[in-house]
Design a protein around this ligand. Structure first.
Ligand SMILES: [Zn+2]
Length: 543
């Protein structure tokens, strides 16, 4: 019954939007002087898709929020439904803090803009869409957004604005905290597995793991609590899986409350305020500046919001203030994706009538950041028979005078054998390795040209030297030894293992199995399933 009502509501909204657009202004898909509630946001995304069906694709992340709202993504590409080999993927995530809403509206506007400009034959936008796969998630926390609005409405003098829509257009919402968290009052940008702690521990070890901390993520998630002792939330888990399952290269997470482009790490070893460098510090600074320099006011500000002054409009996360369990560090340490956190203005929920000006300030930088997915190098990794190698390790050494300096953060190849490595201009030695194959090193010079559609191409054909395989069961046994007491587990089949455990009051069934050549953990909750990628358990194992 509820879903039929919902459907009717959506139909009415879509119809009214259609009528509005046809009558008012042929180019205007979305009312841009006001905020969009969840139903309006979904209707706007559906409308963009209907207007540009060939270059867009809509999907929902596999679970809904506690208040039953979907997390809907719109994709732009010339083949929007699938990853294309050698075409990098980009994502924007907004409204993770429910009362920080500018990013949500900017992504709706960006979706409309990309669609319109593509249809109008804008050469730059066509080139961008044809050579990049772009995912936009306008709201990661729709429940928080609704709470922020409801709270403001409840505290408004009756009759002052007539209705909620007018209140949002004229006034916005001003509470600094209400709606920031999700419906369970958990701050989603403190709720990701704290992978930084593993890195600080591993850095002291030789041959340490510096990327794709998938086992660590899994261990953290089944422990149930984040670093602030809050349970992992549905929004966090599905976005974490999304990050790990997709070949994202670059990303930004859109917030409000200040005006600055923030880059990892967000946390430091003892959670103190200090500059906390990643091995990719130069690259991250360049990425952050690529946003602040093309934004109309981010770079030149003096004291935009409070007492903080940001040179060039950028800051290292922990140098500003340390965050444990943030999403940007998780991207860097759990996947191949490089993420920034963009603070898009002092007001968290400005009046809707200010949104056009905010779009004008951000439009160039939003597009420019997507172009940065084409920095550095990319290529294919295959064996001598032409079979693509998934999960090969790509190590990079940068020339510094007569020396090669190792950048201590490797990336890995995707299922199709393609890899992407963002790099600043310079000379590099690139070493590719995979168990059972001879490592290979090639040299390359990187020299980025603005709006280039292809990173420098560098392919590898690896020579087989042995058929040694790692022992899957041994790895799994080590992994679960620690949690044996708390989890009811049994290894029912050689290639399948079932665990039942209770998370957040809900019983999940987790099954290890092969899926698309990947070892995954399949989580089930009712009819929905989530596939957790454990990249380490690929096709190399003993029977
Ligand atoms: Zn925020």
């Amino acid at each position: 019954m509820i879903s039929i009502l919902n459907l009717f509501q959506k139909l009415i909204i879509i119809t009214s939007l259609l009528i509005f657009c046809l009558c008012e202004n042929q180019n205007k898909i979305i009312d841009y002087d006001n905020h969009h509630n969840t139903d309006e946001m979904l209707a706007a995304l559906n409308y963009v898709h209907a207007t540009c069906p060939d270059i867009t694709y809509l999907y929902d992340l596999p679970l809904r929020t506690d208040e039953d709202r979907p997390l809907r993504v719109i994709v732009f590409s010339d083949h929007p439904k699938h990853h294309e080999i050698l075409e990098p993927e980009f994502k924007y995530v907004a409204n993770m803090h429910g009362n920080e809403v500018v990013g949500r509206e900017l992504l709706l506007k960006l979706a409309e803009y990309l669609c319109q400009e593509y249809n109008n034959g804008n050469k730059e936008i066509k080139k961008l869409i044809e050579n990049t796969r772009i995912h936009l998630l306008p709201s990661m926390n729709p429940d928080g957004w609704e709470h922020a609005v409801q709270n403001t409405w409840n505290n408004t003098v009756p009759g002052k604005y007539g209705n909620v829509s007018t209140m949002m257009r004229e006034y916005g919402a001003t509470d600094w905290l209400v709606g920031r968290s999700n419906a369970n009052d958990v701050d989603l940008n403190r709720n990701f597995p704290n992978l930084d702690e593993f890195i600080y521990e591993y850095n002291h070890l030789a041959n340490h793991k510096n990327n794709h901390l998938d086992i660590e993520t899994f261990q953290a998630l089944i422990s149930g609590k984040d670093c602030h002792n809050k349970p992992y939330q549905v929004e966090t888990i599905i976005v974490a899986f999304w990050i790990m399952r997709n070949p994202f290269v670059l990303s930004a997470n859109l917030h409000n409350g200040d005006l600055v482009a923030n880059y990892p790490y967000d946390d430091s070893e003892y959670h103190t305020q200090m500059y906390s460098k990643t091995p990719d510090d130069t690259l991250f600074r360049q990425l952050a500046e690529s946003y602040s320099y093309t934004h109309l006011s981010m770079r030149s500000q003096k004291k935009p919001c409070s007492t903080d002054v940001f040179e060039n409009g950028i800051t290292n996360g922990a140098a500003w203030y340390p965050v444990c369990g943030g999403m940007q560090d998780f991207n860097y340490l759990a996947s191949n994706c490089y993420e920034l956190t963009l603070e898009l203005g002092c007001k968290k929920f400005p009046p809707g009538k200010e949104l056009t000006s905010l779009w004008n300030h951000n439009q160039g930088s939003l597009v420019n950041l997507i172009w940065q997915t084409h920095l550095g190098i990319k290529g294919l990794i295959q064996n001598e028979d032409g079979k693509m190698i998934f999960n090969a390790t790509i190590k990079v050494y940068q020339a510094e005078g007569d020396n090669w300096k190792y950048i201590d953060h490797d990336v890995t190849s995707n299922i199709g054998g393609d890899y992407y490595r963002l790099l600043v201009d310079g000379s590099y030695a690139v070493e590719v390795s995979y168990p059972g194959f001879k490592s290979q090193t090639q040299h390359v010079d990187v020299n980025y040209k603005s709006q280039q559609t292809d990173a420098q191409r560098l392919d590898f054909i690896l020579e087989s030297v042995s058929s040694k395989r790692s022992n899957l069961r041994k790895i799994l046994r080590n992994l679960f030894n620690k949690d044996k007491e708390t989890i009811n587990w049994n290894m029912t089949l050689k290639r399948k293992m079932v665990i039942n455990y209770c998370y957040h009051g809900i019983v999940f069934e987790a099954t290890f199995k092969l899926h698309d050549d990947l070892y995954v953990v399949q989580f089930k909750r009712g009819d929905n399933e989530l596939l957790f990628p454990l990249n380490i358990y690929t096709t190399v194992f003993d029977e």
